[in-house]
Structure formats: structure tokens, C-alpha cells
Design a protein around this ligand. Structure first.
Ligand code: NOJ
Length: 508
């Protein structure tokens, strides 16, 4: 019988996102690889995260840096081999780390053999694996826009039809209403589950269902790209299908879906009745301004609008947006943001390098490579001071982030006051506090620019104070509290420095 008090591992976990091109290179081509990840697993154990999610490392022409997959069941030679992936999974598990891989179900690369076959003729047995349509009045079949600009349809001269791509023309959308596509993609899940991965981060999963009528987008929505609004009822049945598959494996395999819809009720619907995604990314915190009002609103709405049982997720950065430190403009606020992230109710996701306090790299126009303009947040991780920062080359695929001689893993490990140590202290605190990992969250009144909330689980309690203002703030406290971890040293538990944050524990 299931244990009613049992908490699945992913609810208790903090997940660390690895962008493999930029984690660590071992073969000298300037691009990170799977062996580089394996080499630094002990660092992640030292840091204190529970799981890693690795962005795509499959065979890919790299038009979208791995989110254009040409073989879901092989490793791109730039990243290594399948044997390296197996070793990495084993090495992570030996250290007690879980490993999630990225699954990109909405689209393949245009170089995937499925698409090559599909575009070869109108009578191809795989023609219907993608969305092919006749044009309208000499133009595309409808007015949808693609995510990186331009229309979402490309005309194929050879067969005289248009194919759909919600992202680049090199990323044609799969037709999930075709049962053969469903079966083939389920095989991909099995392939990685059989190799032992603990679950999947699922790329733009809300986009997979399409209305076969492909209606025009209403004019009042303007030029908004389709990804931000694509939400078909059929998607939910497809998700239930792969949830059943994932759940059929032992060991609490999990899924976290990227749902790029800006409102919480839509996000909430992707949890289903506990039969769809285990977790859904919530992008509101990524775009929330650094104010008390905005964060009070986000935290309050997540508590109110996600149904009971829908376990929230929290992220401040990822490989698609400017880093939190760059967005906030200073180290103090970035430290306070770390406190905010790691004291929420829900599973936090830490993007590689935020724990070092990295800012986006300044990438000269001549070095820009990403069609979505996201190079800055994808800069390589500096592991050491010195010209090549622990990489085998001083000139990796993108420039180093600012101040890499000071902001690197080795230097910050040696400095007990560094951002890295703050993250480590916060992660250790979260591990030892049931209130922070699993407890309820209650917003409390606090003066001025201070946001206050309490976390509680049984007898365990923590009070979190975050000062969004640029002046020291004094918060009257009921009862007797001591500082557990603070973003900066502070004179008293209730006195929070400008752009500071503290986690208080009841004084014994
Ligand atoms: C979301 C991914 O995070 C992003 O990097 C990618 O460009 C798109 N999906 C398309 O796969």
C-alpha cells in the first residue's frame, strides 16, 4: 500500500540546470561535453543540490543549439558518446544525484530522418508526421508567427506545400495527432528511461496539440508569436499518455514541463488531476520586477491558484533569459534573490552559474550565434582564475562572463563570504529544515519594502525577510528569533540591510 506520508524525491529536491555546451569542455573544442559534467559532479555534491537537468545533448545540427534534434537516441559527437551518457548517469547515481534529461517533443530538426522522409514527396509514408498544408491566396496557410520572428510556415518548393514550425524553419513541428508519431516518441522516452534517467524536462510541451483547422489568430493579438498562446485541449490527453508511460517505471521517475503560457490557471491545467505533468515550470518569477508588491503577488497567487497537489516550481534564470544578477543589476539583490528562491514552497531550479553570481557575458556582434539573442546567459562557466578558467582552451565558443578571475568556482570556494558559499549554506539549511522543504507558506505583514513569510511543518518553522528597498529596514518580530542564514551579515534578526534577506529560526 502507498505510504500516505511519503514525499516523492522531486518534491524535496533542488534541481541544478546544466547547459552542457558551457559547463566544462574536456576535449579542447571549446564546447562543453558530458565528460566535463562527470568531472565536476563532486562539486555539485559539495554545493548540495539533489538533481541535475541537462539541456539537450542529442545529435543536432545546432541551429537552436541542441533544441533541434536529428537523433533523439544518440549523443552529438560534440558532447561525447552514448557510453559517456551511460557513465554519467551511473556516476551521478553513485553520488546520490538524480539526473533529468531534456525531451523535445514539439519539433525535430529539419535534418532528422523523419523529416527528410516526410518532405521527400506528398505520398511519403511519413508525410503526415509533420504539418503540411496548402497555402492560401499565394501565401502561408494562416497568420501564425514563429518564436524567433517571421511566419510559422515555410514553403517547400519540391512538393509545393507549406510546413509548420513554431520556432525556426529548421525546427518543423511534429504532428502529434498521428499515432505513429506518438508511438515513436514514446520509444524515445523508453530509450532514456531504460538507461536509467530519473525523468525529463519537457520542452514547450503545451504546444504539441494542434487544431487541425489551423484557424487564424485573432487580429487583436497582433504579431504575438504562437508559442505564447498555443493551448489545445488535445495536448492534455497526449500528456496523460506519456505520464502513464513514465509512471510505469520504478523509482519515481518525474516530468517537469515547460509551459510558456503567462497565466497561472493555464499553467495549473497542465498538472491535470495528478495525471499529467508532475511539475510545471512557472515563468512568472522570471519576469517579476524586483519589488515587494510584485513578489507578494506572485507568491500569493501561486499559493491560491495552483490546486492542492499541484507542486509549484521556482526559477530565476535559465538558458533563455538574462541572468538574475544582470536583471537586478547588483550583487546584493542577487544574494537576496537566492534567499527568495531557496525558501519557496515548491521545487527550486538553479541555473548553472547563478550560484557564482555570474552576470551575462558581453558578446560582441561578431561573436553572436544564437538566433534568439540569448548568448549572454549561455557563457561558459569559469572554474578557476587564469586565462582558460579550467577549460582546455582560453577561447571557448562564447566569451567568458564578466570578472571571471574573481567569480569562478575555485576562488569562491576559498572565500567563505562568496555567493557560492551563500548558495551552499542555503541548500544545507533547506535540507535540514522540513519547514522549508515541505512546509506551508504564510505571507506576514512587514513594514515598507520588506516582504515577510513564514514556513511551517510540524514543530519546524522559519521566518523569511526580504528587503527590496535601498535602506536598512527594521521589522518588529513576535517571539524570539535567530538568524539561520542571511544574504549579508546583519546586526540583529529583525534588522535587514538594503537589498538584503534573512532566514530566521526560532531561538531555542
Ligand atoms: C524552449 C527552450 O528552452 C529554448 O531554448 C528553445 O529555443 C525552444 N524551446 C525551442 O525548442
Amino acid at each position: 500500500m502507498a505510504d500516505a506520508g511519503h514525499v516523492p524525491w522531486w518534491r524535496d529536491a533542488v534541481v541544478y540546470q546544466i547547459y552542457p555546451r558551457s559547463f566544462l569542455d574536456t576535449d579542447g573544442d571549446g564546447v562543453g561535453d558530458l565528460r566535463g559534467i562527470e568531472r565536476r559532479l563532486d562539486h555539485l555534491v559539495w554545493l548540495g543540490v539533489d538533481a541535475v537537468w541537462i539541456s539537450p545533448f542529442y545529435r543536432s545540427p545546432m541551429a537552436d543549439f541542441g533544441y533541434d534534434v536529428s537523433d533523439y537516441c544518440d549523443v552529438d559527437p560534440r558532447f561525447g558518446t552514448l557510453a559517456d551518457a551511460d557513465r554519467l548517469i551511473a556516476a551521478a547515481h553513485e553520488r546520490g544525484l538524480r539526473l533529468l534529461v531534456d525531451w523535445v517533443p514539439n519539433h525535430t530538426s529539419d535534418q532528422h530522418p523523419w523529416f527528410a522522409e516526410s518532405r521527400s514527396s506528398r505520398s511519403s509514408p511519413k508525410r503526415d508526421w509533420y504539418h503540411w498544408r496548402d497555402g492560401r491566396d499565394g501565401g502561408p496557410p494562416n497568420n501564425w508567427r514563429a518564436a524567433f520572428g517571421g511566419r510559422a510556415w515555410t514553403f517547400d518548393d519540391a512538393t509545393g506545400q507549406w510546413y509548420l514550425h513554431l520556432f525556426l524553419p529548421q525546427q518543423p513541428d511534429l504532428n502529434w495527432s498521428n499515432p505513429d508519431v506518438v508511438a515513436a516518441m514514446h520509444q524515445v522516452l523508453r530509450f532514456w528511461l531504460d538507461r536509467g534517467v530519473d525523468g525529463f524536462r519537457i520542452d514547450v510541451v503545451h504546444c504539441i496539440g494542434k487544431d487541425p483547422a489551423f484557424p487564424d489568430q485573432p487580429a487583436q493579438l497582433g504579431e504575438i508569436d504562437r508559442v505564447g498562446i498555443q493551448n489545445e485541449p488535445t495536448t492534455h490527453e497526449l500528456i496523460r499518455g506519456f505520464r502513464r508511460l513514465v509512471d510505469s517505471y520504478p523509482g519515481e521517475r518525474t516530468t517537469v514541463g515547460e509551459v510558456n503560457l503567462g497565466d497561472l490557471p493555464s499553467i495549473a491545467s497542465f498538472y491535470g488531476r495528478g495525471d499529467e505533468l508532475h511539475m510545471v515550470f512557472n515563468f512568472l518569477p522570471l519576469h517579476a520586477p524586483w519589488t515587494k508588491a510584485a513578489w507578494q503577488d506572485v507568491i500569493g497567487r501561486v499559493a491560491q491558484e495552483l490546486p492542492t497537489g499541484a507542486w509549484p516550481t521556482w526559477a530565476l534564470s535559465n538558458h533563455d533569459v538574462r541572468r538574475i544578477r544582470t536583471r537586478l543589476g547588483g550583487e546584493d539583490a542577487a544574494r537576496a534573490a537566492a534567499v527568495l528562491l531557496l525558501t519557496q514552497r515548491g521545487t527550486p531550479f538553479v541555473y548553472q552559474g547563478d550560484e557564482l553570481g555570474l552576470e551575462d557575458a558581453v558578446v560582441p556582434d561578431t561573436h553572436r550565434v544564437d538566433p534568439g539573442g540569448r548568448d549572454g546567459c549561455r557563457a561558459p562557466l569559469p572554474w578557476e582564475p587564469g586565462p582558460s578558467h579550467g577549460w582546455p582552451t582560453p577561447s571557448p565558443w562564447l566569451p567568458w562572463p564578466p570578472e571571471a578571475d574573481a567569480r569562478n568556482a575555485a576562488s569562491e570556494r576559498d572565500d567563505g563570504a562568496s555567493m557560492l558559499h551563500l548558495y551552499r549554506d542555503l541548500l544545507a539549511m533547506r535540507r535540514r529544515s522540513a519547514a522549508l522543504r515541505r512546509g506551508s507558506l504564510h505571507l506576514r505583514d512587514a513594514p515598507g519594502d520588506v516582504l515577510a513569510y513564514e514556513r511551517k511543518c510540524g514543530g519546524d518553522r522559519r521566518m523569511v525577510l526580504v528587503n527590496f528597498g535601498d535602506r536598512e529596514a527594521e521589522v518588529p518580530l513576535e517571539g524570539s528569533w535567530a538568524v539561520d542564514v542571511a544574504s549579508r551579515p546583519q546586526p540583529q534578526p529583525g534588522v535587514v540591510p538594503a537589498h538584503g534577506a534573512a532566514v530566521l529560526a526560532p531561538e531555542r
